[in-house]
Design a protein around this ligand. Structure first.
Ligand SMILES: Nc1ncnc2c1ncn2[C@@H]1O[C@H](COP(=O)(O)OP(=O)(O)OP(=O)(O)O)[C@@H](O)[C@H]1O
Ligand SMILES: [Mg+2]
Length: 343
């Protein structure tokens, strides 16, 4: 069924895109992946359909991620993906929709321009950008309208966006290109080094979700993984424990903690006192990694909680922003320049 909508929102994530529309809320969440026929160079499908295709097609079909580390890395594939999303909600092409798209707060002007141009090329009439951390705060149900400090940390797949918000806007923010994907890569590196075993990205993600943790679990858990032995080149099985995961993640979680500290250090003391009172809210799929709240609590002494529906918060925030799309400035936000000016 096609739902006609003139104002739509897209949480354009590294690993998932969420499509929403004004008055309808969230419509679909699907992997941000595009299937491409390598032999002809033809784009075949995007999203869930692309993912479904992959297991069932010959080797010349490749799965490509149009976004890397939160920003557009392939313009044509991003445009295709956005066009397919717009088709789901806009019934005929005479009515071009206005679109709100989320971007990480560390985005450069060139990267902003790529998102805007891709959405225009895909059929949008007006494109407004919103910082992922602002959208995450709005969508987590946090009241940011008061003159009071609140802090949100959105851990996605490609980027972690940390921000302090007050009076409806961002007071201080910092974004690092380290999040869920970096944890997967850390697992692959660790197992290769410690166990001389080569594992794939899917196995690493499975390990992360099942036994991964960034803070000691009350009870140790373990999992067996299959891979290719680097010595013999043959398949081998090893047992991995949750405490090994903490060791593997040390560097990545350290960088996220550093980003949180950097934001807190640059925040006016009165607002920091409010944050100590209100706590830190975690959003994004990456924040579902076991022990994230505890790790942040132990390193900042500020109580931390994971938002309900953490993976959907940015999209929920975009849905709220759609009501005021008429007042929003279109085109690139020039976030990078604004940030430099405020520092
Ligand atoms: N239960 C879980 N435990 C640990 N990690 C998880 C869990 N569920 C999802 N993730 C991770 O969350 C990430 C996806 O989260 P999300 O959809 O918020 O990212 P994204 O919005 O696509 O990325 P970004 O905002 O960085 O561009 C993936 O790295 C995935 O492995
Ligand atoms: Mg995201």
């Amino acid at each position: 069924m096609i739902i006609t909508a003139r104002d739509i929102g897209i949480d354009l994530g590294t690993s998932n895109v969420v499509l929403c529309a004004r008055g309808r809320g969230v419509i679909t969440r699907e992997p941000s992946v595009v299937a491409l026929d390598r032999s002809t160079g033809r784009i075949l499908k995007s999203g869930l359909e692309a993912e479904r295709m992959l297991g069932r097609t010959p080797g010349n079909v490749a799965a490509l991620h149009p976004l890397q580390k939160g920003v557009v890395c392939d313009f044509e594939l991003t445009e295709y993906m956005i066009r397919e999303l717009i088709k789901k909600v806009v019934s005929f092409s005479l009515v071009k929709p206005r679109v709100i798209v989320s971007v990480p707060s560390c985005v450069t002007e060139v990267e902003e321009r790529a998102v805007v141009d891709a959405a225009i090329a895909a059929g949008a009439r007006k494109v407004c950008l919103i910082e992922a951390d602002l959208a995450a705060a709005l969508g987590s149900g946090m009241d940011i309208s008061k003159a009071e400090g609140n802090m949100v940390v959105d851990v996605g797949a490609g980027t972690t966006d940390c921000a302090v918000l007050s009076l409806g806007g961002i007071v201080r923010s910092h974004s690092v290109k380290v999040a869920g994907d970096a944890f997967d890569e850390a697992i692959i590196r660790y197992i290769r080094k410690k166990h001389s075993l080569l594992i794939g990205k899917n196995t690493a993600e499975e390990l992360k979700k099942n036994i991964g943790c960034v803070f000691p679990r009350p009870e140790e858990v373990g999992m067996e993984v299959k891979g290719r032995c680097l010595m013999t080149g043959l398949p081998r099985v090893v047992s991995i424990s949750s405490s090994e995961m903490i060791e593997a993640f040390d560097d990545v979680s350290g960088r996220i903690i550093e980003a949180i500290h950097a934001v807190l250090e640059g925040t006016p003391p009165e607002l920091v006192a409010d944050i100590a009172e209100n706590g830190i809210v975690l959003t994004g799929g990456g924040s579902l990694l076991w022990g994230f709240e505890r790790l942040i609590e132990s390193s900042t002494s500020i109580k931390t909680r994971c938002a309900d529906d953490a993976e959907m918060c940015v999209a929920y925030g975009i849905v709220r922003s759609l009501d005021r799309i008429g007042d929003m400035e279109d085109g690139p936000l020039n976030l990078a320049r604004k940030k430099r000016l405020s520092e």
